[in-house]
Design a protein around this ligand. Structure first.
Ligand code: 4AZ
Length: 257
């Protein structure tokens, strides 16, 4: 072997090593960044995003302020609980701060059709004892079919886990995810019900809601189209997040709000 080919082999080795390092770096950055796959968000930009906590301050779900004293959340966040067990926190980006408003719950409406997350109707309305002076999100209605088109990009928000087996976030996080066609979500999950659910996520995974984000918003153009409900794991390929289809419950929600 001549000098040239030895040099070529060295160069090749260096390129391979560098490529490996870059790949490892990317994988590591991905692991660190996971809301899953999101970034920090300002509460001022998403004033409608609230969280539910226990009386001892443990954040366990999200919610969306839809009027000054009504919060839409998931039924599985409120069903079987007494109003006195839930506090709603609004206007607070950092769970370790004391900013914003903490309100007791005056009333809980759980969709009467709710039994479990995989059977639909995972939606609930909380009435606040203390009205909150923050932005509210409008609810999707049956006229909003364009907002549900596959590929339309939605925003997910929450304080939930930043990895499937990781810790919840002390800070509000957000990410963008495209809505998934009902046919492909049906392929991912045989129990998917297109009339009452909508899916969002990337085929390759990497961006998703996770434990603790349940009940929180999926918005498109600032309109509440989904409520974080369930999924298999978090951010896995071909396992999109499943959200309650808000437009399907427009009449019942309007009657509560
Ligand atoms: C949960 O348990 C949960 N990846 C929320 C969202 C998803 C999975 C689980 C979607 O609150």
């Amino acid at each position: 072997m001549g000098v040239t080919s030895r040099f070529a082999r060295l160069l090749l080795a260096a390129v391979v090593a560098a490529t490996g390092a870059v790949a490892a770096g990317v994988a590591q950055a991905g692991a660190e960044e996971r809301i899953v796959g999101g970034s920090l968000a300002n509460i001022e930009d998403y004033g409608y995003t609230v969280y539910l906590s226990t009386q001892d301050g443990f954040q366990y779900c999200g919610g969306t302020l839809v009027s000054q004293d009504k919060v839409v959340t998931a039924a599985h966040c409120s069903a079987g609980k007494a109003a006195s067990e839930i506090l709603v926190v609004g206007g607070r980006e950092d769970k370790d701060s004391v900013e914003g408003t903490v309100s007791p719950v005056r009333g809980i409406w759980v969709h009467p059709g709710f039994t479990d997350i995989r059977s639909g109707a995972d939606i609930s309305v909380l009435t606040l004892a203390t009205p909150m002076p923050y932005d509210t999100a409008p609810l999707a209605t049956p006229d909003d079919t364009p907002l549900y088109r596959p590929g339309v990009v939605g925003v997910i928000l929450g304080w939930g886990r930043t990895a499937a087996d990781g810790a919840v976030s002390p800070q509000l996080r957000r990410a963008s995810v495209p809505l998934v066609a009902d046919t492909s979500c049906q392929q991912a999950y045989p129990s998917f019900l297109p009339a009452s659910m909508v899916c969002a996520g990337l085929p390759q995974g990497g961006i998703d809601t996770c434990q603790g984000d349940s009940g929180g918003p999926l918005t498109v153009s600032g309109v509440l189209v989904g409520v974080t409900s369930w999924g298999e794991g978090c951010a896995e390929p071909n396992r999109p997040g499943v959200y309650t289809r808000v437009a399907a419950y427009a009449d019942e929600l309007a009657a509560q709000i």
